[in-house]
Design a protein around this ligand. Structure first.
Ligand code: NAD
Length: 369
């Protein structure tokens, strides 16, 4: 397919191909929709087999960011970047500074952050060339590790789901299973135990299991068993595509909500499958938006207390999603998309009136959360 046809297929605004001979940089920056604000999204470094694969990925990921920011109530749009290369071999100061200069060239329309294959060090190199970067270390005034804020958002998303399902958001004596006690799952387990929940966890990493058992009272099952444990809530905090043809029939829970991205293997089929089984699904990109809220916070001078408080706002957003799902008789993941699309459409309309002082953007990135 022609490049312009691919860009037009999902209505992307701008795609920038970046090449630098000295560093060997080959990168693509995609801006999907900047109605609400600059496109914010991480830079993924991956040894893509072809430019075609890299383009496909960056178009898909940047569009996902549009929905995530819009549903989270942030004044940010959708953007993402990919660097074609092997992170183990090709990460260098020269390469990331070259990339940073391209980000700077977009004059704030795109704000980058770390993603798969990049880390805080890479973002600090980028920052030598541009201010339009987030997710840098606390020492440099950045937001550092987002996982405590992500966990806080997931916790409030689970409470909202409990309210929807059982009429009370108390998690006292509720049984929650967590798949993966890495950065997010570890914090989530502690929040749930503190709220009086019974928590069962699994992980393939012994160290992470031990660390969690040391921090709070949890039961441990094997990674394979986790889908068969009868419980009230299942929180996937490890991998994507965990709700699939194999696991869906095995689930014995009433709510699914966790930090993992792309939880539904096949969005349409498994989203509907959960609904038909009577399982309430907290859409992944809404319940895990604490990480994004955390970096958005950095744009206005980072304050973790404020970020944690804002992540509590996920409670109301999740309830709004459930309300739309009921009113429109659609699965909850579709309701989340509808919420995001309507916000973009409505805010887009009020932006018809030009304000001379507005510049690149007006008001706060933090939006309504
Ligand atoms: P992490 O790598 O720190 O933790 C993942 C944990 O899952 C690890 O302990 C790993 O051993 C475990 N795991 C991997 N495969 C497993 C399996 N088959 N069964 C059981 N456990 C398994 O990652 P994280 O930062 O905690 O993120 C978890 C998920 O949440 C990821 O999908 C990530 O994309 C998503 N997410 C994270 C954030 C954040 O702030 N870190 C924000 C948004 C979304």
């Amino acid at each position: 397919m022609d490049v312009f046809e691919q860009v037009a297929a999902k209505n992307h605004e701008q795609v920038t191909f970046c090449h630098d001979e000295v560093s060997g940089l080959k990168a693509i920056i995609a801006l999907h929709d900047t109605t609400l604000g600059p496109g914010l999204g991480g830079t993924r470094m991956w040894p893509y087999k072809s430019t075609e694969d890299a383009l496909k990925d960056v178009l898909r990921l940047s569009r996902g960011m549009t929905f995530k920011s819009a549903a989270a109530g942030l004044n940010l749009g959708g953007g993402k970047a990919v660097i074609i290369g092997d992170p183990k071999k090709h990460r260098s100061e020269t390469l990331f500074r070259a990339f940073g200069r391209f980000v700077e060239g977009l004059a704030g329309r795109y704000i980058t952050a770390e993603d798969v294959g990049t880390n805080i060090q890479c973002m600090e190199w980028v920052r030598m060339e541009t201010r339009h970067v987030t997710g840098i270390s606390r020492a440099l005034g950045g937001s550092g590790d987002p996982s405590p804020v992500t966990a806080q958002g997931v916790y409030w998303g689970i409470r909202a789901s409990a309210k929807e399902r059982w009429g009370s958001d108390s998690l006292e004596k509720k049984h929650v299973t967590i798949q993966g006690v890495g950065a997010v799952g570890f914090h989530l387990a502690q929040l749930l135990v503190k709220a009086g929940a019974k928590v069962t966890v699994c992980d393939i990493d012994e160290e992470n299991l031990k660390r969690t058992q040391k921090a709070c009272k949890v039961e441990v099952v094997s990674a394979e068993q986790i889908f068969d444990v009868p419980a009230d809530v299942f929180a996937p905090c490890a991998l994507g595509a965990v709700i699939n043809d194999d696991t869906l029939p095995r689930l014995k829970v009433e709510i699914v909500g966790g930090s993992a991205n792309n939880v539904l293997d096949d969005e349409r089929r498994h989203g509907r499958g959960l609904m038909e089984k009577g399982i309430l699904y907290a859409p992944d990109y809404v319940i895990n938006s604490g990480g994004l809220i955390n970096v958005a916070n950095e744009l206005e001078g980072y304050n973790q207390e404020r970020a944690l408080k804002q992540a509590e706002g996920i409670y109301d957003i999740i309830l709004k999603v459930y309300d739309i799902a009921k009113r429109e008789d659609v699965p909850t993941h579709k309701a989340a998309d509808n919420l995001a699309l309507r916000r973009i459409a409505e805010i887009g309309k009020i932006k018809r009136s030009y304000i001379p002082s507005e510049g690149a953007r007006g008001g706060s990135y933090r939006g309504v959360v």
